[in-house]
Design a protein around this ligand. Sequence first.
Ligand code: ADP
Length: 307
Amino acid sequence: MPPALLVENLVKTYGSLRAVDGVSFVAGRGTVFGLLGPNGAGKSTTIEILEGIRRPDSGRVEVLGIDVRREARRVKERIGVQLQSSSFFPHLSVRAVLELFASFFERSLPVGQLVAAVNLEEKIDAASGTLSGGQRQRLAIAVALVNDPDVVFLDEPTTGLDPQVRRALWDVIAGLRDQGKTVLLTTHYLDEAEKLCDHLVIIDHGKVIAEGTPAGLIADNFQRAAIEFPAPAEIPADAFAALPGVAKLQRSEEAGTTTLYTGDVARTTAALFALAEQRGATLAGISIRTATLEDVFLKLTGRKLRE
Ligand code: ADP
């Protein structure tokens, strides 16, 4: 079975600007695939080419094995695209909005099933203009699902929403994957990408600069975690340095703390507590920091995703 998305050596130029400069990736079916990158990286251009809205200069672009450049219409039947929720008529009810969009397709899902998929049942008769931000985004996802697509494109679906509302949407997005759909997601929230995405591609200046699972990307870029604690006077520094897994020890005289960098947090932590107990010392205020996708992004692009 061909993959959900296949992009090979994709190039798109605007005048002298190579907005997409030889991008390649593959998204497996039934996965949440994240496309990340700073503003202007070429994400939207890549997505619009996959959706058949923009034509590339060169490269291979296939959705579910269908060549997008040659059969854009066939692709459109199989994909769902999240529109800006501001484009819905505010006086129409949720039901009417969904019926309207469903009428554009030969095959569509019943409205009841659509509202259930995004947990919007209780708002089915409410005017779309009266929905909260999170509810509007859920309606936008429901609209993207009207034709029961195999691949769903969600472009920053949680931007501007409260953390709690964002988490509710994560469940909706994970639910799409559970139904076997493939989701292409862009987001400015790296915790969201880390939590939701099975595979990530990071692009910058039109090129792929890293890809992998969230955990894989973190492990590739940061081999060590940091264990930090106020150094007890009873134990000399070289005793900490000799603990298993410790690659580096750093002392801050100013803060009065010792930091151990380790490639094996569990082993080092266990040995650290054993050592303290043996010497009759207490370890209060210990903290363990591991790298996040935010650290990876900063390291690779030199920028934070949200500026
Ligand atoms: P992203 O979605 O990652 O922010 P875009 O794909 O929107 O990036 O843009 C990539 C680059 O291409 C940017 O430098 C942008 O200014 C430029 N660009 C996008 N669309 C056009 C266009 N229609 N005409 C000219 N330049 C464009």
